[in-house]
Design a protein around this ligand. Structure first.
Ligand code: OOB
Length: 548
């Protein structure tokens, strides 16, 4: 039963809706079906009932159980006073509770902000304050890190956070387990409304939030499940963080839920743990980033596990080298699928019937016939087919604006609503895209994105630093690592001190610079901007193996 929340008809403040003519078009084309996540899960439960949907370390859950537990948790969270459109920062590892929490919040109409397990005080505190989150949901511990200690710090910094809910031992906070109560009527949610927030890899001083609606996200899930030929026999291993767009919906856990398959949750992506799961649960499809692909290929050489169930290995998040790509089929006896996507929307897949060269050498083509792709020069003029340019995109599941970011949106989107991805690509006549580089000021550290300006701001907060620039340096394993060039004020800055300083500021570990270089002055371009190209070249030369 539901109670009406008729005041909630205006779009969420700070959300940029699609223009009505586009929304009509996407509805007419059948992309947007007017279904909410809550209804969608209920329909899955009715159809797939007692089939197992989630397998975690300690628990297995059927479709029906997930549906019921999500409703009971939604009722419990509602009783705490959390209401539709309240923001809730969710930071959970790959555990069954991640899905129970997300679906409970979807049912309630409260909006999860999907943080990654690696985020620390700096990021979480910002998300809580920026979104005025009323609650923060964590696991007790993961990978030796105690999230309850982090929550204590967050409570001190973010005054809107009234509730900390903990999966596991709650310490001074509320046990999530205590909230699964009696079913209760819940408010109505609207399919065109924002359902949750993804986080942008970003290139700016503070991370941007990406509002995704029920309609648009479910379309990407259904279409991805179809492209990836998922069915009730599919078993998906979530080895990367479950909250990331790749693992969640490309086709990810939700794609598998759509098809009636089973999701296996691995706490770590290491071959030890992942291979054990593949054997035990007869996993058919999984997703990795390129460095992990290389590690798995290496580990598969003297591996004791039976990996013969694997049909598809998806690789995405950063550019996959063709040499590594070519080894996938021979080693795992399965198909490689390249995935080039972004939390803002657009996702590209190589298709299973693409020729081997296309699978190995391209990053795939868009999901939807209505994904509009433009490849343009610096003045937004379309380049010839096959030429490298900036990728712009617009479509039925690509956002029209970041949450509450008017000034940034002016730059990140064209006037007619194309998202400027910051990626440099070339498009083949077949529609397949090849990622050739990046124009955004970001480091892609093996799939983990670092916004240069965000880190530079932290470095500049050090009293002995006058100026700083963060750039990518090539790395054989991760593709890129980060190097910060530091101009000291009047005394040299010891690299160890700087790193200790950055850690103390509560940055996610992957954002801590891999290398610190002291420099007298930052080189400038003719227009007076920091010449990052020169810095990248300099550090690449310096670290290049001799004789190359
Ligand atoms: C995925 O999403 P995000 O939001 O973490 O990062 C998006 C950016 C892209 O703009 C591009 O710069 C890079 O990551 N990227 C790739 C890539 N996949 C993503 N660059 C080269 N080759 C690829 N295959 O990373 C993401 C979201 C959904 C599915 C897959 C990846």
């Amino acid at each position: 039963m539901r109670v009406d929340a008729s005041s909630e008809t205006l779009p969420l403040e700070g959300f940029t809706p699609w223009p009505p003519n586009f929304a009509d078009r996407y509805r007419r084309a059948g992309y947007w079906r007017g279904e909410t996540f809550g209804e969608w899960l209920r329909a899955r439960a009715e159809r797939f009932g007692d089939a197992i949907v989630l397998v975690g370390e300690k628990r297995r859950l059927s479709y029906r159980e997930l549906d019921t537990r999500a409703s009971r948790l939604a009722a419990g969270i509602f009783r705490l006073g959390i209401r539709p459109r309240d923001r809730v920062v969710v930071q959970l590892p790959n555990v069954v509770e991640f899905f129970e929490v997300c679906f409970a919040l979807f049912r309630l109409g409260a909006l999860p902000v999907l943080a990654l397990p690696a985020h620390r005080r700096s990021e979480i505190s910002y998300f809580c304050q920026f979104t005025e989150a009323v609650a923060y949901i964590i696991a007790d511990k993961d990978g030796g890190f105690d999230y309850r200690a982090l929550a204590e710090e967050i409570r001190a910094e973010a005054e809107t956070v009234n509730h900390v809910l903990v999966a596991g031992e709650p310490g001074p906070f509320t046990a999530l387990e205590s909230l699964y109560g009696e079913l209760a009527p819940l408010p109505e949610t609207a399919p065109g409304d924002v359902a949750f927030f993804q986080l942008s890899g970003g290139s700016t001083g503070v991370p941007k939030l990406i509002p995704r609606t029920h309609d648009d996200y479910l379309y990407s899930v259904r279409a991805s499940a179809e492209i990836c030929a998922l069915d009730a026999d599919s078993v998906y291993l979530a080895a990367l963080p479950a909250a990331h767009n790749f693992t969640l919906s490309s086709p990810g856990s939700l794609g598998v839920l759509h098809a009636g398959g089973r999701v296996v949750l691995s706490r770590r992506p290491s071959p030890d743990e992942a291979f054990r799961w593949i054997e035990e649960e007869r996993v058919t499809v999984t997703a990795v980033v390129p460095p992990l692909c290389a590690v798995w290929l290496e580990a598969a050489r003297n591996n004791r596990h039976d990996l013969s169930s694997l049909r598809v290995l998806q690789v995405g998040g950063s550019k996959l080298g063709a040499e590594v790509a070519r080894r996938v089929r021979g080693t795992f006896g399965c198909t490689l699928q390249q995935v080039f996507g972004m939390a803002e929307g657009l996702v590209n897949y190589t298709r299973f019937d693409d020729p081997e060269d296309v699978i190995v050498e391209t990053q795939g083509r868009p999901i939807s016939p209505d994904d509009e792709i433009r490849v343009v020069d610096d003045d937004d003029r379309d380049v010839e087919i096959g030429q490298v340019g900036h990728l712009l995109t617009r479509g039925p599941y690509t956002i029209r604006g970041y949450y509450k970011a008017d000034a940034h949106n002016e730059r990140a989107f064209t006037r007619d609503g194309f998202y400027r991805t910051g990626d440099l690509v070339r498009q083949a006549a077949s529609g397949h895209l090849v990622v050739e580089g990046r124009a955004k000021d970001q480091i892609n550290r093996g799939g983990e994105k670092i916004a240069a300006e965000e880190i530079e701001n932290h470095v500049l907060a050090h009293p002995a630093v006058r100026d700083a620039a963060l750039v990518a340096m090539p790395d054989a394993f991760l593709g890129e690592r980060s190097c910060v060039f530091v101009v000291p004020r009047d005394r040299p800055v010891a690299s160890r001190d700087l790193i200790t300083f950055l850690r103390a500021r509560g940055l996610a570990p992957y954002k801590i610079p891999d290398r610190v270089e002291l420099i007298d002055d930052l080189p400038k371009t003719s227009v007076g901007k920091v010449d990052k190209k020169a810095l990248r070249r300099w550090i690449a030369d310096k670290i290049a193996p001799k004789g190359q």
